[in-house]
Design a protein around this ligand. Structure first.
Ligand code: AP5
Ligand code: ZN
Length: 201
């Protein structure tokens, strides 16, 4: 399976990708996590941090190289956080074809609520939320951290970047008749079930 998950910051791409990677035994390719793990890496365009902390896109050459390496190692994959602009979408179409392109549709108020309440487990990468989803284990709860870019100010910039650069990508897949839209505001279990129906169809 070669699954593309599209959606705004906070739409649930990471949450669903983890489950899909388990379900189908495929790679979870996430440019966001890859960049966070290399935030201070020096490139000829500067460090990823300079862009990420401002809510901007990291330059295409840096991101394309990450995706290139990951795709060549993967048989099946779920792609999370890429492509984010039209030139990345074009690059991707030259590398591989897709089983499904799925858009997780979530309204802006809900996105802001999710992002500002999100917490991460630094040891496992598991994703939680202060209201919607906290761990049962107290030891896990105590080590949770907030992502650097989940402050209200950066969230606003990330959403603007999304409207400007990534919405045209979604429109591109929609016009090509390749996009399946899923209600991303439903319960995570329900969203997951809907995605697997599309993938298995
Ligand atoms: P990235 O890490 O990709 O962030 P993002 O796209 O902003 O998306 P998020 O990770 O914030 O949200 P998500 O959709 O994964 O939601 P999640 O499942 O966590 O990118 C970060 C930065 O890296 C970018 O700003 C950019 O600078 C750079 N970058 C990355 N890719 C790039 C690229 N291709 N090109 C250039 N630059 C790039 O869920 C969010 C919260 O909601 C959680 O708390 C979760 O528990 C909760 N939740 C999830 N689903 C539900 C549900 N159904 N109901 C209730 N709560 C839910
Ligand atoms: Zn994510």
């Amino acid at each position: 399976k070669r699954i593309l998950l599209l959606g705004a910051p906070g739409a649930g791409k990471g949450t669903q990708s983890k489950r899909l990677a388990d379900e189908y035994d495929i790679e979870h390719i996430t440019t966001g996590d890859a960049l966070r793990a290399n935030k201070d890496m020096e490139t000829e365009h500067g460090t990823p941090r300079e862009y990420m902390d401002a809510g901007d896109l990291v330059p295409d050459p840096v991101v394309n190289e990450i995706v290139d390496a990951a795709l060549s190692d993967a048989d099946g994959f779920v792609l999370d956080g890429y492509p984010r602009n039209l030139s990345q979408a074009e690059y991707l179409s030259e590398q591989t074809d897709l089983t499904a392109a799925i858009f997780l549709d979530v309204g802006e108020d809900e996105l802001v609520r999710r992002l500002t309440g999100r917490r991460m487990d630094p040891e496992t990468g598991d994703i939680y939320h202060t209201e919607f989803n906290m761990p049962d284990d107290e030891a896990v709860e105590e080590r949770l951290v907030q992502r650097d870019d989940d402050t209200e100010a950066v969230v606003k910039d990330r959403l603007e970047t999304y409207y400007e650069n990534t919405e045209p990508v979604i429109e591109h897949y929609r016009e090509a008749g390749e996009l399946v839209e899923v209600d991303g505001e439903a319960h995570p279990d329900e969203v997951f079930e809907r995605i697997t129906e599309v993938v298995d169809a």
